[in-house]
Design a protein around this ligand. Structure first.
Ligand SMILES: [Zn+2]
Length: 281
């Protein structure tokens, strides 16, 4: 009975969000103008959508069951004294790096990335798109349960720096509300969509929404251009330093294949892959 009460409004939300998502299906990467013909970031309606619908029902059932247990709220955003508002890297004097992911696309590929990291004892940072959480609400808890950081990557992954104040703020708070509903927290980080850096206005809006810092990055993997596993691995390994924050994307097979190679390289250099929060702490 409790499950039914929780489940019904959520299905309504999902149905509404499903239609809106299709328009964003061809904007996979974080970078402005990024596009890839081989991207598997979002699937068109059809058999895949039907399968995802079943996945959603399973996730809802699991969530309803979980409602009987007390779940601690996820960590809230923190201010890191001495760090700039916009963080691109962590301390260079410790052998640690943060692998950070744009959170959208086929959930099976996302789970493959999470599981691979967990096998290797690595912790990731996932910046989730709000509309993706509408379609795959179970992913929020799945990410947190693996010991990873979960943050806000706007509601619909528009070019947030180009939006007017009202729409940009709605993009930030829309995703924050979903994170709070699913996890009890607005998430530990905010990262702008389709931009490496937030404009001063977007930084201010993120602060107003509760995020003292914007999580940028210093190493761009370009995995969303689907350049092949070797190219992704080579680009990241070539630029990786102590304290690096690396930008990667869920939803791409190259990324899934490159991750074990990257984690081996990180281990070979006696570095550790930690969450962005750990990197800055
Ligand atoms: Zn992105």
């Amino acid at each position: 009975m409790n499950g039914r009460r929780v489940g019904m409004p959520r299905r309504g939300v999902l149905r509404a969000a499903g239609g809106a998502l299709v328009t964003g299906a061809l904007t996979p990467g974080c970078a402005p103008g990024a596009a890839s013909p081989t991207a598997t970031a979002e699937k068109p309606p059809g058999a895949q959508a039907a399968r995802e619908g079943r996945d959603e029902q399973g996730a809802q059932a699991r969530e309803a069951l979980r409602g009987h247990r007390a779940v601690r709220p996820a960590p809230a955003p923190r201010r890191f004294p001495g760090q700039p508002v916009q963080i691109e890297r962590g301390p260079a004097d410790r052998p640690r790096v943060a692998l950070t992911f744009h959170g959208r696309g086929d959930p099976a590929l996302a789970v493959a990335v999470l599981a691979e990291a967990e096998r290797a004892g690595a912790r990731l940072t996932v910046l989730a798109v709000g509309s993706w959480l509408d379609r795959h609400p179970g992913m929020a808890r799945r990410i947190l349960d693996g010991g990873h950081d979960l943050g806000n990557h706007t509601q619909s992954h528009l070019d947030i720096n180009a939006l007017d104040e009202r729409r940009a703020y709605a993009e930030i708070t829309g995703c924050a509300q979903r994170l709070r509903r699913l996890t009890g927290s607005i998430g530990t980080w905010f990262r702008p969509s389709r931009a490496r850096y937030a404009t001063p206005l977007v930084q201010e809006l993120a602060l107003r929404a509760g995020y003292p810092h914007v999580l940028s990055y210093g190493v761009e993997s370009l995995d969303f251009t689907s350049p092949g596993t070797a190219a992704v691995t080579r680009k990241v390994a070539g630029e990786l330093r102590n304290g690096s924050v690396v930008s990667l994307h869920f939803g791409y097979r190259d990324t899934v294949a490159a991750l074990p190679l990257l984690l081996t390289e990180i281990r070979r250099r006696r570095m550790r892959a930690v969450t962005a929060t750990e990197l800055l702490t």
